[in-house]
Design a protein. Structure first.
Length: 325
């Protein structure tokens, strides 16, 4: 074979392999020693955790959100509620309890511009709050970039803790590893630990998944990794058994993927009790966030109601952890 022909053949082979790896094709390999499924690109277990807006619609008779109509009602100057997908059931239930039904409009699989409930996810919700198209958002703490954006727009934000949630790490249900230390998790994501056998698991590469920049879970992850540089392992991502992260109720209550399990940290599981008493290492508040300059009097009134026993019960009955028992 001529030299030019060999070079061309190698180039085509490399491009072909790249096309396969980056095409999003879903497939898996089985680790023979443990029977553990190693899921790679397109992993349903880790990458496809998502929420259907229709499942938690305000006022819908088939909605999964739990609420009872409150005596506290807002009929004028209704604040626009928005927030993270992980907290959508909560603000949907809050609106259902305190807003008139006609204030929420949902058409074509999304909330209309006129609707007093929106669901733009963490990145979109913080942006909408700063720009004035949302009045109150329910989210985890913001990223540095989100705070910087508010500062650039001369907008001061107020953060009111309204409940607790746990940031959790997840893996394939067949993975025998049930507990990791905080140091081990950081070792995995910094690239020091590349194989599950190094943390008590089978001889299989670790696929350490990350989320989109600016999402609530990615911000929580970067805060967790403070002082550590993250390092991606391309081979592990495509051929390893996955580990990822999200918020507890998003995994347990919303997506309910039977192929995923939550890993305990430092021997402590993220139960409601361990979150509320903050024994679980990554328990933290989530917030009702609003612009300090917002002149709508019902913004603070609604947040006061959320902090009331009735509002805290809504948080608890929708799977989250209230501020007090």
């Amino acid at each position: 074979m001529k030299k030019n022909t060999i070079v061309l053949f190698l180039a085509i082979s490399i491009l072909g392999m790249a096309a396969i790896l980056f095409s999003g094709i879903k497939f898996s390999i089985t680790h023979k020693k443990s029977g553990m499924i190693s899921v790679i690109a397109g992993s349903n277990e880790i990458s496809n955790l998502s929420i259907k807006l229709e499942d938690y619609l305000p006022f819908d008779k088939n909605s999964k959100c739990n609420y009872r109509k409150s005596d506290f009602q807002i009929t004028k100057n209704i604040p626009v509620l928005d927030g993270a997908s992980a907290l959508y059931p909560v603000f949907s239930a809050i609106a259902s309890a305190t807003y008139p039904e006609e204030s929420v409009c949902f058409e074509g699989g999304k909330f209309t511009k006129e609707s007093k409930v929106q669901m733009r996810n963490t990145r979109g919700a913080y942006k909408a709050l700063v720009e004035g198209s949302s009045d109150i958002i329910l989210c985890a703490a913001p990223s540095k970039e989100q705070l910087q954006y508010a500062k650039e727009k001369n907008i001061e934000l107020e953060f009111v803790p309204i409940g607790f949630e746990a940031f959790v790490f997840i893996e394939n249900i067949n993975n025998p590893v049930n507990d990791l230390s905080v140091a081990q998790i950081k070792g995995i994501y910094s690239g020091r630990i590349k194989n599950w056998k190094d943390v008590g698991g089978p001889d299989a590469l670790i696929a350490a998944w990350q989320r989109k920049e600016g999402s609530g879970s990615q911000t929580a992850f970067l805060n967790f990794m403070t002082g550590e540089k993250t390092q991606k392992n391309p081979i592990g991502i495509f051929f390893g058994s996955p580990i990822g992260y999200s918020f507890r109720y998003y995994v347990e209550g919303i997506t309910r993927n039977e192929n995923v399990k939550i890993i305990s940290l430092n021997g402590i599981a993220p139960t409601k009790e361990n979150i509320q008493n903050e024994k679980y290492p990554l328990a933290s508040n989530f917030y009702a966030v609003y612009r300090k300059a917002n002149r709508n009097p019902n913004v603070e009134k609604l947040i006061e109601w959320i902090l009331s026993p009735e509002g805290q019960k809504i948080i608890s009955e929708n799977g989250y952890v209230p501020l007090k028992k």
